[in-house]
Design a protein around this ligand. Structure first.
Ligand code: CTP
Length: 412
């Protein structure tokens, strides 16, 4: 059996190694066996940083989580009905779960779980590379448990499911497979790829919230365009909704989005639905059960896309650009700036985002009242006139704004 002690000590900070040792000892005193599992084991073997600690105990996870939290001077969060617990240790958040096996009463349903051995717990998982554990027992600290050949698949850079029914049991694994494949630059093992394509329609068994969650996780990857391109290649995106595309156009827009600012999954989602017609957009929003706010942003993007022609007018003043765009959220304007093909339109959208939307007159409503305006619509119109004048460079100081107000009052 492989011992990963040297990898653990080389890659994890000493206080994390100390915590794992203490946790293992504590479990052993309780007559329980404790393991580090899942993504952190995979990443340890790959030499990728990961401090997302998932522990599995053959025993009573809520009780162990309470003991460990107490030792760290923290309060645990315990879900006795699920046999899980969570606690903090400094900046880390550590999950503890009771080893369990799972059966799926029907495709896509949440599994029925029963307490089980660590081997059973590994066998219920998604891919071989995620189905490894490290023993934290005192004498066996660092021993690798690898019942499915995960280490060999890591070496061969393969994503492989554990059994033929895996995607049918839980079709979210389809999106997870693509995420790992692209993140790690691995390949889907041949049979896994075949079954993934064959079972893509099983995504229909997954609720909108779960599909959206997985899609959002994919959009949080460093290169989500790669995941989407692959999803189209394998018929996965079409299985979510036939109108969705993940082509070169989208890839280019995602890359530009990252040049404009930090990666933003919400913006990627708006770009993904940019070209959709009304009906398709509503269907996608419904399928993903997006929040009211996201749905409003999607609709805004669509409305603005249809109104972009007005922004190409040759002598459009800055106040005109402002007037055309002020009803739209910055997210919608950003999405259209990234997506539109006309350089003039794009530069005007960017001008609005970077500059025009922040412009405010120096005078406010109270100043206008002092200058003799009554509260009500005329005062509102005066503020608008001041904003237009400022945007178009006709006034550039408080004094000039006051002069403009007086002049307009004289003419009325
Ligand atoms: N898992 C699974 N099937 C799922 C979701 C999760 O088998 N549908 C298992 C995998 O063993 C996975 C572990 O639960 O490694 C933890 O899940 P998650 O935190 O989503 O994945 P990580 O492997 O930690 O991956 P990431 O690096 O993306 O967080």
């Amino acid at each position: 059996m492989d011992n990963l002690l040297s990898k653990i000590e080389a890659q994890l900070p000493p206080e994390v190694v100390g915590l794992l040792r203490t946790a293992g000892e504590m479990a052993q005193r309780e007559g329980q066996r404790l393991y580090l599992v899942g993504g952190v084991v995979r990443d340890l073997l790959l030499g990728r940083p990961n401090l997302d600690l998932d522990l599995v105990v053959q025993g009573d996870a809520p009780r162990l989580a309470r003991l460990l939290a107490k030792a760290s001077g923290e309060k645990p969060v315990v879900h006795s009905q699920f046999g899980t617990g969570k606690f903090r240790h400094g900046s880390l958040s550590i999950d503890v779960a009771t080893a369990r096996s799972e059966t799926y009463p029907r495709p896509g349903a949440l599994p029925v779980v029963t307490p089980a051995t660590i081997e059973d717990d590994l066998l219920r998982r998604d891919f071989t590379i995620n189905a490894m554990a490290i023993d934290l027992g005192v004498a066996s600290f660092g021993q690798l448990l690898d019942p499915c050949g995960g280490r060999s698949d890591l070496e061969q850079r393969l994503i492989r499911i554990l059994h033929d029914g895996s995607f049918v049991d839980d079709a979210t694994r389809i999106l997870r497979a693509l995420r790992y494949e692209q993140r790690l630059r691995f390949r889907l093992e041949e049979r896994t790829e075949k079954l993934l394509c064959q079972h893509a329609t099983m995504l229909d068994t997954i609720s909108g919230d779960r599909i959206r969650h997985e899609l959002e996780l994919n959009l949080m990857e460093d290169h989500p365009e790669r995941v989407l391109r692959r999803a189209v290649e394998l018929g996965v995106l079409q299985a979510i909704h036939p109108s969705l595309r993940g082509n070169g156009w989208l890839a280019q827009r995602f890359q530009h989005a990252r040049q404009l600012g930090p990666p933003d999954p919400a913006l990627y989602l708006l770009l993904l639905v940019y070209h959709l017609g009304d009906d398709d957009l509503e269907e996608v929003a419904l399928r993903l059960n997006v929040s009211g706010q996201v749905r409003r942003s999607m609709r805004q993007v669509q409305r603005l896309r249809q109104a972009l022609d007005a922004l190409t007018e040759p002598d459009l003043p800055r106040s005109g650009i402002h007037r055309l765009l002020k009803a739209y959220s910055p997210a919608a304007v950003t999405a259209c700036a990234l997506a539109c093909d006309s350089p003039v339109t794009r530069s005007r959208l960017m001008l609005y985002l970077d500059e025009l939307r922040h412009v405010k007159p120096c005078l406010d409503g109270d100043d206008l009242k002092r200058l003799g305006l009554q509260p009500g619509p005329p005062l509102g119109r005066m503020l608008q006139a001041l904003l237009r004048a400022k945007l178009d460079g006709k006034v550039s100081s408080r004094k000039e704004e006051e002069a403009l107000v007086r002049q307009r009052l004289r003419h009325n």
